[in-house]
Design a protein around this ligand. Structure first.
Ligand SMILES: *[C@@H]1O[C@H](CO)[C@@H](O)[C@H](O)[C@H]1NC(C)=O
Ligand SMILES: *[C@@H]1O[C@H](CO)[C@@H](O)[C@H](O)[C@H]1NC(C)=O
Ligand SMILES: *[C@@H]1O[C@H](CO)[C@@H](O)[C@H](O)[C@H]1NC(C)=O
Length: 402
């Protein structure tokens, strides 16, 4: 394991906000250039990208809304952006890599209010802490989200408010959304995390799953009705491999652990149960909407591959978090990554887990590749109609390679 270094830098929220406001300007030039490279509005490729979800996909909404207790401080953002952006990661997220690979600018966060930003290339509705289920439904079951009350339904409401600024009639919106890629999730992870971390009975947590799936299914249905044609639906990560779960639910019984990975079996089984039901729902919706292309993104098995063979992918640490408050998995619930007093590894590119529940940029990059080019999208993501070489909005030059 790399030597930890103490984090004692807290950037003021005002500075962060100013930095973030200046960001869309940087992207807009690159976007125009990129749009031209892929054929602009007349090209056959996706002309915009919309993302829904939680902190796995949040590229700045929590930060814009001022509810960002720890992900909005360094070392979050240290590797790629050189500053915190609200992403719970040292760099880019899966949605960032997908945007880059499709030749689109990194997604502009949309926290629910129209600012001067340009959303022509899409928007990110994902908000850290968001649940799939309405907070009142969860509260009735003793599950409280101290972080935010925002749910997938609220993200859809925000999307419906944004849409009329992008297209001016239902038929025009259908054309616009028909050329968009929609990423619906990962969502539902927080519903389960909150319940598990508040020690809600396992039977009660399992009862939530069909409700979570129905909520995601309704959101997909609604997007298709609005005109979306291509929808990617990510499943949940192997929760039993998260540093937060491993530390919180540490067990003296060897049989609680997967002997090949060291992950907690119970939580991985639970994530797979969610994923099984989600895949059934994707198949059902695909049948109802044969003109659409609804794909399941298998984040679970993409990540499991990393935990099974970390060294093959350049990882020296499989389960311990790069950034956190110490202990065997570098997790302490009162010292989450980014809070003063937490430590971070020197080389996050050799870690899979970034913090309690999030992965490193290095891991996210592999997952994005796995989904777009590998076998981890069901049915396989079809980009054969996209240009073979699509310059990334970042100007770094990531290319599709077939
Ligand atoms: C959630 O909503 C409840 C009831 O409206 C409110 O009391 C609570 O402060 C809200 N929590 C958050 C984190 O916004
Ligand atoms: C977590 O951090 C707190 C605050 O520094 C400390 O008092 C506590 O002992 C730590 N817990 C563990 C399990 O290390
Ligand atoms: C991908 O899409 C192209 C163009 O629509 C089509 O010709 C091709 O058969 C598709 N490939 C797969 C593997 O579905």
């Amino acid at each position: 394991m790399a030597t930890p270094t103490t984090i004692n830098t807290l950037v003021s929220p005002v500075v962060l906000f100013l930095i973030l406001l200046s960001a869309p300007a940087d992207y807009s030039n690159a976007s125009a250039e990129t749009a031209e490279a892929v054929g602009g509005d007349t090209g056959p490729c996706f002309t915009s990208l919309f993302s829904f979800g939680d902190s796995v996909s949040d590229t700045g909404n929590q930060m814009l809304l001022g509810k960002c207790p720890h992900c909005c401080s360094l070392p979050n953002g240290e590797t790629y952006f050189g500053r915190p952006t609200g992403r719970c990661c040292n760099g880019r997220l899966i949605v960032d890599f997908i945007a880059e690979k499709l030749g689109l600018p990194l997604l502009t966060p949309f926290p629910g209010e129209l600012k001067s930003s340009n959303f022509r290339f899409g928007a990110n509705l994902a908000e850290g802490g968001a649940t799939a289920l309405d907070f009142r439904f969860l509260a009735e079951r003793g599950i409280f989200n101290t972080h935010t009350n925002v749910s997938l339904g609220d993200e859809l409401k925000r999307f419906r408010n944004l849409l009329p600024t992008l297209c001016s009639s239902p038929s025009e919106c259908k054309i616009y959304l028909g050329k968009s890629l929609i990423i619906m999730g990962e969502i539902g992870g927080i519903d389960y995390n909150r319940a598990y971390f508040e020690n809600v009975a396992v039977e009660q947590i399992t009862e939530l799953v069909p409700y979570v799936i129905a909520e995601i299914g309704n959101a997909i249905q609604e997007m298709v009705e609005l005109g979306a044609v291509t929808i990617l639906v990510p499943g949940n990560f192997p929760l039993g491999c998260h540093a937060g779960y491993l530390a919180k639910f540490w067990s003296p019984n060897k049989e609680d652990y997967d002997p090949l990975t060291g992950c907690l079996v119970q939580f991985n089984n639970f994530a797979q149960h969610h994923n099984d039901l989600l895949q059934e729902e994707v198949v059902r919706l695909q049948k109802v909407h044969p003109h659409a292309n609804i794909m399941y993104a298998d984040y679970y098995n993409s990540v499991m591959r990393l935990h099974l063979h970390p060294d093959e992918f350049g990882f020296s640490a499989s389960l311990v978090a790069c950034c956190g408050g110490g202990g065997p998995y570098n997790y302490n619930e009162s010292l989450l990554c980014g809070v003063p007093g937490t430590t971070a590894c020197a080389d996050p590119s050799t870690f899979i887990n970034w913090d309690d529940h999030h992965l490193t940029e290095a891991a996210y990059r592999i997952i994005a590749n796995d989904v777009l080019q590998g076998p981890f999208s069901i049915p396989r993501f079809n980009t054969s109609h996209c240009p073979v070489t699509t310059r990334a909005a970042s100007g770094e030059g990531h290319y599709f390679a077939y």
